[in-house]
Design a protein around this ligand. Structure first.
Ligand code: UTP
Length: 296
């Protein structure tokens, strides 16, 4: 019987410095993408993949996150009084979306360090990690596919996307071998943010992982790397190189992904998602056409 993965870890304790001053008093995961905070899309994705037990790693300004997934009694009462059922549903929807737990990462010492904070909650089970600022279009399947591969290979699975080599320095980059399954590769090496020209492939790691619990032991011995942060990529490189707990495989994703941690990509994500929405698209599309026609 394959082990059924039920736990999702969502790190949201980064400083979000690329979005200052918006992130001075609010985590970047709370920035709205059209009319929902980015993190709600991510929790919805976890739940859609059957992961109802969600652990958020929070940092400073965690109140906005906790409040968003909790009841807003006064607001709910006012909407109820007004009989505004539609808006009330929108407010209430995130209250019981998942069984959400929180743990604090005292100092933001890197993604690997944030994941270590999940050790007590996760225990000795495989688990998923979803980065709170990386959105996967709900119409494209990724996490379910990764869980399926974890169930059959009993290894750690990361999500990869082919990127323009000129942008490889922004990502963790993987060297890979074919497996015979068209969308699955075996990871032979990983490097976090390689300097331009040194990247060994254009397979970039994107923010979804399904990990063996052994990653905690490896992270405990992982020294700070790029940016003096404890890097998850470095721990996964060790697991791939030493073939720990089945090694590491990559599922190659060819769907729509939006990086909301980067200002330009964030703007593009909002436009792309809004254009496709029934309530906004019909008015936004002609306006955008006219607007772009007037650009030099
Ligand atoms: P990023 O590197 O994109 O986040 O981390 P950041 O450091 O907040 O961004 P900038 O560069 O300063 O703008 C990827 C994910 O890991 C989380 C972030 O919240 C984000 O979801 N993270 C990062 C942590 O939870 N803790 C950390 O120490 C670092």
């Amino acid at each position: 019987m394959p082990f059924r993965i039920t736990k999702a870890v969502i790190p949201a304790a980064g400083l979000g410095t690329r979005f200052l001053p918006a992130t001075k008093a609010m985590p970047k995961e709370m920035l709205p993408v059209v009319d929902k905070p980015a993190i709600q899309y991510v929790v919805e994705e976890a739940v859609a993949a059957g992961l109802h037990d969600v652990l958020m790693i929070t940092g400073r300004n965690k109140n906005a996150l906790e409040n968003h997934f909790d009841r807003a009694t006064e607001l709910e009462a006012t909407l109820e009084e007004k009989g505004d059922v539609d808006k009330l549903q929108k407010v209430e929807y995130s209250n019981d979306l998942a069984d959400i737990h929180y743990v604090r990462q005292g100092d933001p010492r890197g993604l690997g360090h944030a994941i270590l904070r999940a050790h007590m909650h996760v225990g000795r089970e495989p688990f998923a990690v979803l980065l709170g600022d990386d959105l996967i279009d709900p119409r494209d399947v990724l996490l379910e596919r990764m869980i399926e591969e974890q169930n059959t290979r009993h290894a750690s699975i990361i999500a990869l996307m082919e990127v323009d080599p000129a942008t490889a320095f922004l990502y963790g980059i993987a060297t890979v071998e074919n497996t015979g399954t068209p969308d699955v590769v075996r990871i032979t090496g990983l490097v976090e943010k390689p300097p331009t020209g040194t990247e060994l492939s254009n397979y970039a790691i994107i923010g979804r992982y399904v990990l063996q619990p052994d990653v905690f032991d490896v992270l405990q011995h992982t020294e700070p790397g790029k940016g003096n942060e404890i890097q998850l990529t470095d721990a996964l490189q060790t697991m791939a190189h030493d073939n720990i707990a089945g090694g590491v495989y990559g599922v190659v994703f060819r769907g729509r992904r939006y990086d909301t941690g980067d200002r330009l990509d964030y703007i593009k994500a909002i436009v792309q998602l809004a254009v496709e929405r029934e309530d906004l698209g019909p008015e936004l599309r002609p306006w955008l056409k006219q607007f772009s026609a007037n650009l030099d």
